[in-house]
Design a protein around this ligand. Structure first.
Ligand code: ADP
Length: 490
């Protein structure tokens, strides 16, 4: 026979096995009956708990709030209430409970006792606390970043994947009116008063924001902005892609640094260098002319003839130096003009080797040419002679007695290759990246007092680039160096 529990039994079973803390509370606040879950939650045995009132189990700071509701229920103002409050565990620590209380009345309406359910929400509370702390920290971080974003003297712009402007700082907003006096639509690539250093107007595809919106990353992209050519402002721009958690492109960040003063100073320096070199060249040429006349005089005493030769040698060195400085200034200003014509590179290479022969012999370095019978390319002959002369004389200069320099010339599809290779002192790995910088001279070279200005390779590179070619370098200390020039042949 199956026994169906009556109401009281059902209540007792529910109370006992509920996963939620439950208790019957007398009108004086004492716990009349407690369930297992509540004992667990507060760390007491059932007999211990039944001795106590909820008042002493409640955290003192939360007691008033509970008592107030308790009294309101007793006075008939409310039937039930709900409260989040702290309890005190038997070992003293706080337990957060979500308390629901209902007042039970007898058939005539007199209060009998309270039924309370207490859900342990300590974990949830701790989680909420941590979440709040993390949120506070995040907010603090956000405010700090926002302050930096708006205070820095660099224009900052964030664009989304499709090139729409998402956010810009105050500095960028201020400078936007220079290129876009009529306003900006907030889409990357809008054409405005933006000019390349050589004065050409930038097209949509060249605009930094457009390039960044299409995945480009760059540094020091320099240009001028402003309608009035005499009062333009220069900017240097960098861009980086912004990626999502799985590496997908979600946009780009751009930084705009104003560099007008720097550009003006550089321009003044270039103009100064170029005009000084110009001014020096004229009197030097005159000095050389008169020295030549002097050297040709038959009545010159032999000791004076020797002195004139020394004066000639030094005046020539000075002229070469002034020409180099002028070339660097011209190349930097983009004024390296080429006069191309079909030129036999084989002859040019042989002549360069002949020029370096006396120095090579003096230093005990052999120079060898490996070239086809004839190889014609459309180049500026005198400029290319400068390239080969420079590379060969460097090969000789930076080699030791017994070393060898090889100049190889060959045709490649649509191009010609000139390779100058030596078995000399080589270049330290950390210096390789700098040898093409103007005035750069290697540490070992400076220490060994081999003379030079550090301008030769810079000029070589400018000439090669002006021809649409490239120059690369492979070098190893004590093993030698190989410079490879590739030029388009047509
Ligand atoms: P310069 O020879 O007047 O110093 P360059 O511009 O021609 O100036 O060369 C720059 C520097 O590069 C040199 O000072 C030297 O340190 C290094 N360098 C150039 N060519 C060679 C070479 N063939 N072997 C070793 N070092 C070289």
């Amino acid at each position: 026979m199956q026994v169906t529990p009556d109401g009281t039994e059902l209540w007792r079973l529910t109370l006992q096995y509920s996963p939620v803390g439950m208790t019957l509370v007398g009108l004086d606040g004492r716990l009349l009956m407690v369930n297992h879950a509540l004992c667990e939650m507060l760390g007491y045995a059932a007999e211990e708990l039944s001795q106590r009132g909820f008042q002493e189990l409640t955290h003192p700071d939360d007691l008033d709030a509970d008592l107030e509701q308790f009294e309101r229920a007793l006075s008939g103002e409310i039937d039930s209430y709900r409260l989040r409050k702290r309890y005190l565990h038997a070992d003293g620590h706080e337990v957060w409970g979500d308390l629901s209380v209902a007042l039970v009345r007898d058939p005539v309406g007199e209060p009998l006792h309270f039924v309370s359910q207490i859900l342990d929400v300590s974990e949830q509370h701790e989680y909420e606390q941590r979440l709040r702390a993390a949120n506070d920290e995040l907010e603090h971080e956000r405010q700090t970043l926002s302050a930096i974003f708006d205070t820095v003297n660099v224009g900052l712009l964030l664009i989304d994947r499709d090139g729409r402007y998402e956010r810009m700082n105050r500095r960028h907003a201020e400078t936007m009116r220079l290129p876009f006096p009529g306003g900006h639509a907030g889409e990357a690539g809008q054409v405005g008063h933006v000019y390349f250093p050589d004065g050409r107007l930038m097209s949509t595809e060249d605009m930094p924001s457009y390039r960044a919106a299409h995945g480009a990353e760059f540094d020091d992209y320099t240009y001028w902005v402003g309608d009035d050519a005499a009062a333009r402002t220069a900017f240097s721009t960098s861009a980086r892609q912004v990626r999502g958690p799985s590496g997908e492109r979600i946009g780009a960040a751009l930084a705009y640094q104003e560099i007008t003063d720097l550009m003006r100073a550089m321009r003044v320096k270039d103009e100064f260098v170029s005009s000084v070199s110009h001014e020096l060249r004229t009197p030097l040429t005159t000095v050389l002319g008169y020295l030549e006349l002097l050297a040709d005089r038959p009545d010159l005493p032999s000791d004076a003839a020797g002195q004139v030769r020394i004066a000639q040698r030094n005046a020539l060195r000075l002229l070469a130096l002034v020409s180099d400085v002028l070339d660097v200034a011209r190349a930097e200003a983009g004024h390296l003009v080429l006069a191309r014509m079909p030129t036999d590179l084989t002859t040019l290479v042989h002549e360069a080797v002949e020029t370096s022969a006396p120095e090579a012999e003096h230093r005990g370095v052999s120079v060898r040419v490996d070239a086809p019978e004839r190889l014609v390319a459309e180049v500026d002959e005198s400029r290319l002679r400068q390239v080969v002369d420079n590379l060969v004389s460097n090969g000789v200069k930076y080699s030791e007695r017994g070393d060898a320099v090889t100049v190889s010339l060959r045709a490649a599809p649509g191009a010609v290759e000139i390779e100058v290779s030596d078995t000399g002192i080589g270049i330290a790995p950390d210096e390789v990246a700098h040898v093409f910088d103007p005035f750069f001279r290697g540490g070992q070279v400076v220490a060994s007092q081999i003379s030079g200005t550090g301008l030769g390779l810079n000029i070589v590179q400018s000439i090669v680039v002006a021809h649409g070619g490239t120059i690369t370098l492979d070098s190893e200390p004590s093993r030698g160096s190989t410079f490879r020039v590739t030029l388009p042949s047509g």
